[in-house]
Ligand binder design. Structure first.
Ligand code: DX5
Ligand code: ZN
Length: 216
């Protein structure tokens, strides 16, 4: 399965967001990753639908929307209307996850579930067949620039086995603390999609960094 780099705009320059989106458009990135935070499910507030709507006007890559919010169901339609191609909800934020996944898929977009570092991969056994992607958090959600949690490699291997048995087309995405070292080990462990924010946007040449991440 091909390797995808998903730059997280959480670390972009919001005073020049259009410039950063044009860079991603030119780059070998496969997705644009949006970290939406509500200040309740995670201890931070980031941005929401207006930002995604505006980026969607100039974006030439699929919008990969990571909802770190409680009770996402009522807002799914608005995120789809804003331009989301993939919507990720948190396992820990959904009391009726199967219904939420069906709700997302009914809009004709891809449905994904995210697991926080403490949530075991086995929690997905009875829903993995319904998913287009699984996002594994390799940091505690809420902030960019955090230290990578080493246990994530084991979870990627476990998820790879679950996917191979139940849903071989399901993508494995990892988010948090991705750099050249962790990224290579993640690809080697079975991840297909790497989300990177600070490592890309704080580098001297973000477009080159994206290209280098892709060929790790
Ligand atoms: C955490 C965010 C971050 C972000 C990537 O809630 O989801 O993981 O996307 O951050 P970096 O790549 O800077 O660790
Ligand atoms: Zn994210």
């Amino acid at each position: 399965m091909n390797r995808i780099i998903a730059p997280s705009i959480l670390s972009a320059d919001f005073n020049n967001l259009g410039t950063d989106i044009e860079m991603i458009n030119r780059s070998e990135a496969g997705f644009i990753h949006f970290d939406v935070m509500d200040g309740v499910f995670v201890p931070n507030i980031s941005f929401g639908i207006p930002v995604i709507e505006h980026v969607n006007k100039i974006a030439r890559k699929p919008l990969d929307v990571h909802l770190m919010i409680i009770n996402p169901d009522p807002l799914i339609g608005s995120f789809v209307k804003a331009g989301a191609s993939i919507i990720t909800v948190h396992y820990e934020a959904c009391s009726h996850l199967h219904r939420t996944i069906q709700h997302i898929k009914n809009f004709g977009v891809k449905a994904s579930v995210c697991l926080n570092p403490h949530t075991p991969v086995a929690a997905l056994e009875d829903i993995i067949a319904e998913l287009d992607m699984v996002l594994l958090m390799s940091v505690n959600p809420g902030f960019g620039g955090q230290v990578f949690i080493e246990n994530t490699y084991k979870k990627v291997r476990q998820l790879k086995s679950l996917v191979e048995k139940n849903n071989p087309d399901c993508l494995i995405e990892v988010d948090g603390g991705v750099n050249y070292e962790t990224g290579k080990k993640l690809f080697d462990s079975g991840a297909n999609v790497l989300v990177a924010g600070s490592f890309i946007f704080k580098s001297n040449n973000p477009e080159e960094t994206i290209q280098n991440l892709k060929i790790l």
